[in-house]
Design a protein around this ligand. Structure first.
Ligand SMILES: [Zn+2]
Length: 279
């Protein structure tokens, strides 16, 4: 009897500890369409190792960024227009490092820092259109939270709630039906989710990105205006001095997560109807 109870406890432990993990490990995914939705042209950086691997393994990745990132600087000489252009190039160059083509990058051009104050119906219409157009199997996004709301800074929290709401709306043919009647689009249900930057206790999936660490770092090095001290306060162009690049690279390597001699990225994986993303 004791042995039976022990086996029952063990099976419960595995059932709960592994709950939510994809049946096929992310490392083995191929032939899927993956949509990333974020707020700023660098929000994808936390998932770059996974995205590089998925791209390499024959998946199609599209990246939708809601704002142009046009206020993210402390350099008084840069205008919002300048910064929009700088960050457009940084993002396209970073995605190129991952092997993702420039025409898979869609920027919706909203003002950085103001996403929460924009017209929600307009954003939802545009996001639902992208979901119906690309028909992703998987959404990658900030985690809106499981059971309780995950606090993120302003645009991040908006982007993940909008992404979750848009996935839900896209599956209902009578919502935004003009897209179906007049634009030849179809209702589409996204069934898998890789959610990052959530509550650490909710992570249920670790992706081994060891082989893609160099690619991840090289992509991060493109965000000169955001992550170098000179680029942030006195931007002089996309080139860095050798010394600055060396320091930047060392700083990035310190932020990487190692586990059992592997480099990993962590997610909450959810599979099922978008109605249940938060359950
Ligand atoms: Zn951001």
């Amino acid at each position: 009897m004791r042995k039976l109870l022990f086996l029952f406890a063990i099976s419960l432990f595995f059932q709960f500890s592994l709950k939510g993990q994809p049946e096929v490990p992310v490392e083995e995914w191929t032939g899927k369409t993956i949509l990333f939705i974020g707020a700023h042209p660098d929000d994808d950086a936390m998932s770059h190792g996974t995205m590089a691997m998925l791209q390499d393994h024959g998946n199609q990745i599209y990246v939708v960024i809601l704002t142009s990132g046009n206020v993210g600087t402390q350099d008084p000489k840069i205008s919002t227009t300048d910064l929009s252009r700088i960050r457009k190039k940084e993002e396209i160059d970073a995605l190129a490092e991952l092997g993702i083509p420039a025409d898979h990058y869609i920027n919706m051009g909203y003002t950085d820092g103001m996403l929460e104050l924009q017209n929600k119906e307009e954003i939802m219409t545009r996001l639902v259109r992208q979901i119906r157009k690309y028909k992703p199997d998987v959404l990658i996004s900030f985690d809106p939270g499981k059971g309780k709301m995950r606090w993120h800074k302003a645009d991040h929290r908006s982007s993940c709630w909008l992404a979750a709401d848009a996935c839900r709306a896209a599956m209902w043919p009578l919502l935004y039906e003009g897209q179906i009647i007049h634009e030849n689009l179809e209702a589409h249900e996204v069934r898998e989710y890789l959610l990052f930057d959530g509550f650490p206790e909710d992570y249920n999936t670790e992706v081994d990105i060891t082989q893609y660490l160099d690619v991840k770092i090289n992509a991060m090095l493109k965000y000169v205006s955001q992550f170098t001290s000179s680029g942030w306060s006195k931007y002089e162009g996309p080139e860095m001095s050798a010394e600055e690049e060396k320091q930047f690279r060392e700083r990035l390597l310190k932020r990487v997560i190692y586990k059992n001699d592997k480099v990993i990225e962590q997610f909450r994986y959810y599979s099922g109807s978008p109605e249940g993303i938060g359950r």
